[in-house]
Design a protein around this ligand. Structure first.
Ligand SMILES: C[S@@+](CC[C@H](N)C(=O)[O-])C[C@H]1O[C@@H](n2cnc3c(N)ncnc32)[C@H](O)[C@@H]1O
Length: 276
């Protein structure tokens, strides 16, 4: 069966794998500063925006069994069957690039966003942050977990090994201007502009033993982009050429040449009292 036929299954398992890796890297689901602050009541209302397969909410449900956990995504296709979810989790459809429904305004103690690089693109997260801010109660927290393309770099166990495919891959991620998407490394500034306070930003450099599984996630995502967003008609088409490059990247990875990176987590609090 081809990748195209299986792509929905690959997408779901890829998201679950990626989420598990991030959770292991960070060592938490909810940032310790949010938990330790007493900032979350037992019956907290928590939203996960762009929830995908809902895995982050499933993890939180084990930690906060009395919380209300609401997942939202543009597409409901990745949602697991409601029948097997903890009853505290509900999943519905929402496009966060549009104005949020007024019934959701000021509803949440915590709003979580994870891996929105493809959603936000290079233009920056300001518009989305305004909607996320509106979802929060006064005093509520935002937690945003993101890949940081500025941190992407090729690493090799031996300088004599071929690494041109990995370099080309990063070049393609940077795009025609050769500049990495910068908004994730500047996310704390965006939160500041959006009105958040008590902002905390931290990068999590991958330990070397995590290079390979994180790279598998990137290769998987790149293949999906090549199939869904590139032309695939003819042997010289962009999608087919890109997948040839990915096969070369994979060969280099098998010899230990791969990508190092530092995902970033930014948290911020909506002021308890709004300034006039
Ligand atoms: C890379 S996935 C991350 C999923 C999940 N947060 C995780 O970490 O596993 C990005 C998710 O954002 C969703 N998405 C894309 N555009 C969106 C939008 N405008 N509003 C809400 N969700 C969106 C996608 O459907 C996808 O599930």
């Amino acid at each position: 069966m081809s990748f195209e036929d299986k792509s929905q299954q690959y997408l779901e398992s890829g998201l679950n794998f990626q989420h598990a890796l991030l959770r292991d890297l960070l060592g938490y689901t909810i940032h310790p500063d949010i938990r330790s602050d007493g900032g979350l009541p037992k019956e907290a209302k928590i939203a996960d925006i762009g929830t995908g397969t809902g895995q982050w909410l499933i993890d939180v449900s084990a930690e906060l069994p009395s919380a209300q956990l609401d997942g939202f995504d543009l597409s409901e296709e990745q949602y697991p069957s409601k029948a097997w979810l903890p009853s505290q989790i509900s999943l519905s459809q929402l496009d966060i690039t549009k104005t949020i429904p007024s019934k959701l305004e000021g509803m949440y103690d915590l709003v979580h966003v994870q891996l929105f690089l493809c959603v936000v693109q290079k233009t920056g997260p300001a518009a989305i942050l305004n909607e996320l801010y509106k979802l929060l109660k006064p005093g509520g927290y935002l937690q945003w977990v993101e890949y940081d393309p500025v941190s992407f770099k090729v690493v090799s166990p031996d300088p004599s090994l071929e690494q041109s495919a990995n370099e080309k891959h990063i070049e393609i991620i940077r795009g025609p201007e050769g500049k990495a998407t910068e908004w994730p490394s500047e996310l704390s500034l965006y939160l500041d502009h959006a009105g958040f306070q008590e902002i905390n930003s931290k990068s999590y450099p991958l330990p070397p033993e995590m290079y390979a599984p994180f790279m598998q996630c990137h290769l998987f995502a790149a293949e999906e982009v090549s199939l869904k967003a590139m032309k695939n008609d003819g042997s010289e088409s962009q999608g087919i050429m890109f997948r040839k490059l990915l096969a070369e990247v994979h060969k280099e990875c098998q010899r230990g040449v791969t990508m190092a990176e530092s995902p970033v987590v930014v948290i911020g609090q909506k002021p308890v009292r709004m300034s006039v």
